[in-house]
Design a protein around this ligand. Structure first.
Ligand SMILES: Cc1cc2nc3c(=O)[nH]c(=O)nc-3n(C[C@H](O)[C@H](O)[C@H](O)COP(=O)(O)OP(=O)(O)OC[C@H]3O[C@@H](n4cnc5c(N)ncnc54)[C@H](O)[C@@H]3O)c2cc1C
Length: 416
C-alpha cells in the first residue's frame, strides 16, 4: 500500500520505519529541510517510563493556580482569549480525578514499556547511534512533601509494571556521584534502572537514513496546506513547495504526524483533535574534562526538569507554558533552567555557554496520545504524545503499522 506520512518528527520517522518494515511504499513529507527540526530537536532526551504520571492529576489544579502569573513557574497557564485553550483546559480538568489519572497512567506505562522494548530491538537490529545511555533514570527530591507524594506514585507505577523503586538520599548519591555536593539538600529519590536516555534529533536523522536505505522517500521543504476529502475518505494532500508551487500528493493511506499542528489539518475532515501546544524549554550545556555532570539521566520533579547526558553535553529541559503557538524564548524561563542546574550540580564547570531552545509538545488533556485509524477510514493519526513523544515513538510507530495492516496492536490505544 502507498502510505504518505505528514511530518518527519521522531514520531513520523518512527512510523515510516515500521510501515516500511511491514512492506509498504512510504513517503514522508515535512516543511523543514531535514527530519526532527521542530519539537523533536532538543528535548529532554529521556526514554522515561518512570515519567508516566500525567500533568493532569489530582494535585495539578491547585499547583497551576498557585503558579499562575509567576514568570519562572514550572507549569504556567497564560490567561488569553483562546477558545482552543479553554476547551483543552476544561478537558484537562476532567482528567484530574483520581480515577481518570489512574487509567491514564496505566495506558501511558503500557505504551512506554512497549516502546522502550521496541527501541531496544531496533538498536540491536540496526546498530543505530544517538548518544544513548542505558543507566536508568533517577528522580531526586529536595522537598519532603514532594518525596512523600512520590512514594505512592512509585507504588502505582510498579503496579502497572514500571520498576520505579524508592531510594534514600545516600542511595541517590551512590547511583549518581555527581550529586555528592548536593547531598545536604536531598531528601530522597526513586530509581528506574531500565529507563534510558539519548538524543532524539540524532536518532530521528539516523533512522531517516536507515529508512531511505529501505526505499522510503523523504521530501523536505513541503508545507502541508490542506487535506482533501471526498465521500468519507482522504483523496489527497495539497502542499506548497519552497518555490511557492502548489502540488497534489496522493496515496492509499495518510498518517497525520505533524505534532502540535495536526489538529488544524484534520478538523476540516470532521476529526476534532484536542491537541494543544505546551511550550517547553531546554538548555544544552557543553562539558569539559573537569565538568562534574551526571551521566545517569535525572528528573527533578519539584521543578519539572529533566537532565540527560548526551556525549560531552548536558541537556536540561522541562517546564510547560500554555500560550498558543508562540515559540519566542523567554529569558527568565531560560535562566530558571540554569539556576536550578547549578543548585543541583554546583561543581558543573561548563566548557561554554548554554544553547537555549524551546519547542511545542503536542499535548492531549490526558497525556495519552492518539494513535490509530481516525473516523476517516484512510486517515491515521499518530500525535499527541506530549511530554513523552521520544519515549513512545517506536512503540507508537510499531503499533500504528499493526493497525494499518489490520492486526491488533499489543497495547491499548486511543484514536479519534
Ligand atoms: C522541552 C521539552 C522536553 C522534552 N523532553 C522529553 C523527554 O525527555 N522524553 C520524551 O519522551 N519526550 C520529551 N519531550 C516531548 C517530545 O519531544 C515530543 O513529544 C516529540 O518530539 C513529538 O514528536 P512529533 O514527531 O509528534 O512532533 P514534531 O517533532 O514537532 O514533528 C512534527 C513535524 O511535522 C512538521 N509539520 C508540522 N506542520 C507541518 C505542515 N503544515 N507541513 C509540513 N510539515 C509540518 C514539522 O516540521 C515537524 O517536523 C519534550 C518536549 C519538550 C518541548
Amino acid at each position: 500500500m502507498k502510505v504518505l506520512i505528514l511530518g518527519a518528527g521522531v514520531v513520523g520517522v518512527s512510523s515510516a520505519w515500521y510501515l516500511s518494515q511491514a512492506g509498504h511504499e512510504v513517503t514522508v513529507i515535512d516543511r523543514q529541510s531535514a527530519a526532527a527540526l521542530e519539537t523533536s530537536f532538543a528535548n529532554g532526551g529521556q526514554i522515561s517510563v518512570s515519567h508516566a504520571e500525567p500533568w493532569s492529576n489530582p494535585h495539578a489544579p491547585a499547583r497551576a493556580l498557585a503558579w499562575m502569573g509567576r514568570e519562572d513557574a514550572p507549569l504556567l497557564f497564560r490567561l488569553r482569549w483562546d477558545p482552543a485553550l479553554f476547551d483543552w483546559s476544561w478537558r484537562f480538568l476532567r482528567e484530574c480525578t483520581p480515577g481518570r489519572t489512574r487509567e491514564n497512567i496505566r495506558d501511558i506505562v503500557a505504551l512506554a514499556l512497549y516502546s522502550r522494548e521496541r527501541l531496544k530491538t531496533l538498536r540491536e537490529d540496526t546498530g543505530i547511534e544517538y548518544d544513548h545511555l542505558e543507566r536508568g533514570i533517577l528522580h531526586v527530591y529536595t522537598d519532603p512533601k514532594e518525596f512523600a507524594a512520590s512514594i505512592e506514585a512509585s507504588r502505582v507505577l510498579r503496579e502497572f509494571g514500571c520498576d520505579r523503586r524508592t531510594v534514600d538520599a545516600d542511595e541517590c548519591v551512590a547511583i549518581e556521584p555527581a550529586l555528592s555536593a548536593t547531598r545536604p539538600i536531598l531528601v530522597g529519590g526513586d530509581y528506574t534502572p531500565l529507563d534510558e536516555s539519548g538524543d532524539a534529533l540524532t536518532f530521528s536523522q539516523n533512522l531517516a537514513l536507515l529508512c531511505q536505505k529501505r526505499g522510503v522517500t523523504f521530501r523536505y521543504g513541503l508545507e502541508v496546506e490542506r487535506l482533501l476529502g471526498e465521500t468519507g475518505k482522504v483523496t489527497g494532500v495539497r502542499v506548497r513547495t519552497p518555490a511557492g508551487v502548489s502540488e497534489l500528493l496522493q496515496a492509499d493511506a495518510y498518517v497525520a504526524a505533524m505534532g502540535s499542528y495536526t489538529p488544524q489539518h484534520v478538523r476540516p475532515l470532521g476529526v476534532p483533535l484536542p491537541v494543544y501546544p505546551a511550550k517547553g524549554y531546554s538548555a544544552t550545556i557543553p562539558l569539559g574534562e573537569d565538568s562534574v555532570a551526571p551521566s545517569v539521566a535525572m528528573t527533578d520533579d519539584g521543578h519539572k526538569l529533566v537532565f540527560s547526558r548526551l556525549g560531552q553535553r548536558l541537556r536540561v529541559a522541562g517546564t510547560a507554558e500554555f500560550n498558543g503557538y508562540n515559540t519566542a524564548l523567554n529569558e527568565i524561563r531560560c535562566q530558571a533552567l540554569i539556576k536550578r542546574t547549578h543548585q543541583l550540580f554546583p561543581e558543573l564547570r561548563p566548557a561554554g555557554d548554554p544553547v537555549f531552545w524551546c519547542g511545542l509538545r503536542p499535548s492531549t488533556p490526558s497525556n495519552v496520545p492518539y494513535i490509530g485509524r481516525s473516523r476517516v477510514p484512510n486517515l491515521y493519526l499518530n500525535t499527541g504524545h506530549g511530554t513523552l513523544g521520544w519515549t513512545m515513538a517506536c512503540g507508537a510507530g510499531s503499533a500504528l503499522a499493526d493497525i494499518v495492516d489490520g492486526r491488533e496492536p499489543p497495547v491499548r490505544l486511543r484514536a479519534m
